[in-house]
Design a protein around this ligand. Structure first.
Ligand SMILES: Cc1ncc(C[n+]2csc(CCOP(=O)(O)OP(=O)(O)O)c2C)c(N)n1
Length: 328
């Protein structure tokens, strides 16, 4: 496979490779655990989209913040959330990121600036903008990254959030993961006009398109935009082209698309492309294989821990729940 990058920073790219392999291994382990009936509820896999999470979050500080979606495992791991706490959460066990009461779509870890996954499409957008506005009011030096899918651009909060960020010049990087699908629908069939970036530009937000399966391109662009946002240039927008290699949920066989299409897109697997770059730069295959097997062992251990862990104590069932009072 021909790759166009030659001046590779091997250490940096190896770090990205490791992050991507850890995301892939976590999701493969979670997929397997769900197939075995060990994980309840829907899980949405970001397999094939790992370069966006790794390339963007690799440019953030722990004090920076992100919001993500129902398809958020990769963003959590790339931002530094502990995969063991995530797996405990998927299994509904004590010690999970939300005490085992939230599941895959509600993983949150404020300790590393992960403000939350969100099952409501586009709902993370105003949360990210609000976090950025809060940081501005408190005088904090913080960049907030908002990840969402190409289906989210057709919901109202997209317009509201982008408009607010532009009006107040807030430090937000919007990252649209254009994986070609919104559930069982092709995004292009339900999206008017030239696409997500044009919508951002119509509000005066500088927007950039990038190959989201090219880790070096994502890293370079995110690095530049995070620097510019931190320097006070206001919000920026990225449309990262990618492809959802798995079904909408882990249990969706995706009969609405041809197997040949999916097979062709597997040839653009961002992890395999990254491995080619590292190999061409002289990194031995044994080193890459070791990174992959370490990631697999790490995630297998999280499954073992989760299976053995207790469920949350019944006494905590009503903890962390908003008390809105009894109905009148
Ligand atoms: C407000 C709202 N409408 C509909 C749904 C059902 N739903 C869940 S995921 C999804 C598709 C989202 O597509 P996209 O934003 O592109 O993200 P992707 O799943 O591709 O990562 C839909 C319609 C929802 N969760 N929330």
């Amino acid at each position: 496979m021909a790759e166009r990058h030659h001046n590779v920073d091997i250490d940096r790219l190896t770090r990205h490779y490791r992050v991507m392999c850890r995301i892939r291994a976590f999701e493969t382990a979670a997929e397997q655990a769900q197939a075995e009936g060990k994980v309840g509820g829907a899980i949405h896999l970001s397999i094939g989209q790992e370069a966006i999470a790794a390339g963007v979050c690799g440019n953030l500080r722990v004090s920076d913040q992100i919001t993500t979606t129902h398809r958020g495992h990769g963003h959590c791991i790339a931002k530094g959330t502990d995969p063991e706490a995530m797996m405990l959460e998927l299994f509904g066990r004590d010690g999970g990121t939300c005490g085992g009461k939230g599941g895959s779509m509600h993983i949150a870890d404020f300790s590393v600036g992960m403000l939350g996954a969100n099952g409501v499409v586009a709902a993370g957008i105003p949360i990210a903008v609000g976090a950025a506005h809060g940081a501005r009011l408190k005088g904090e030096d913080k960049v907030v990254v908002c990840f969402f899918g190409d289906g989210a651009v057709n919901r109202g909060p997209f317009l509201e959030g982008l408009n607010w960020a532009a009006v107040f010049d807030l430090p937000v990087l919007f990252v649209c993961e254009a994986n070609s699908f919104a559930s069982t629908t092709r995004s292009e069939d339900v999206t008017a006009g030239p696409g997500p970036s044009a919508r951002a530009e119509s509000l005066g937000i500088a927007a950039f398109d990038v190959d989201g399966n090219d880790i070096v391109a994502v890293d370079d662009l995110a690095g530049e935009l995070v620097r510019r946002i931190r320097a006070g240039e206001g919000p920026k927008f990225v449309t990262a082209g990618t492809y959802r290699l798995k079904g909408h949920t882990a249990s969706d066989p995706a009969p609405y698309r041809e197997a040949a299409e999916v097979e062709a897109r597997w040839r653009e697997d961002p992890i395999a492309r990254c491995a080619v770059l590292l190999t061409n730069a002289g990194v031995p295959d044994t080193e890459l294989a070791a990174i992959r097997s370490e990631a697999e062992a790490e995630m297998a251990a999280t499954v073992a821990t989760a299976e053995a862990a207790p469920y949350p104590p019944i006494a905590h069932a009503f903890d962390d729940i908003q008390d809105v009072g009894a109905p009148a």
